[in-house]
Design a protein. Sequence first.
Length: 274
Amino acid sequence: MSDNNNSYVVVLGNEKGGTGKSTAAMHVITSLLRQGYSVGSIDVDARQGTLSRYVENRRLRAEANPEEHLPLPEHYPVFRSEKPVVQEAQAEDEANLKLAIEKLKFCDYIVIDTPGSDMYLSRLAHSYADTLITPLNDSFIDLDMLARLNPETLEIVRPSTYSEMVWEQKKNRAIRDRRPIDWIVLRNRLSSVNSRNKEEMRKALENLSKRIGFRLVAGFGERVIFRELFLNGITLLDLREARIAMSLSHVAARQELNQLLELIQIPKQKKKVA
């Protein structure tokens, strides 16, 4: 358990889009809300705004269907500075992110969604993580974000720029408040069929996890249902309240989610708000 004077911060991050960061973020948020915790959410990918739109879709549904009792986070988008001078832009980014975190200091948890690109605001958000979750599509194209591999032997040649950035933010976090970052790599869009590629991905990631220090967790399969849930602002944890009949796809996805949440092991907080 972390210091109760601080909110526990969960960051969803990598430097590639389309890996399911916002979907994972919304499910983590809803899981914590349904456990009775107060949750704040910050979207530092505010220009694209996938998490912000997800939260807004949820708010609209909650207003239209109050009998469903959909819990909502306190949400803040943070836009990247447009100042032309780099130092001034970085100072504004830092001030805006700190302000959002300060506004949410009453929350037990803060969940931050980051953009699929390298920018100062994203790097700064990573440095506040207690838990960092990096969703990764189950392909060697996406694995390149974490490490460079020998194409013949699939041995690790060196960590990638993203892995090096995470290592740097771990050091920044330790310097700032002497707290570690629990880094989790989430294998997303897993095929239900065993294949040589899938097995080689698993071996490569397990070797890499020992070298650069992350925990490896299986995430979601490739399912159309997540697109439908986004449009309605709901998650797999809301199906009963939303009076949606459970299909076999729903059941399988719920099982994946429950396993995922158990493996992530976000520490329990003492609740600040009764």
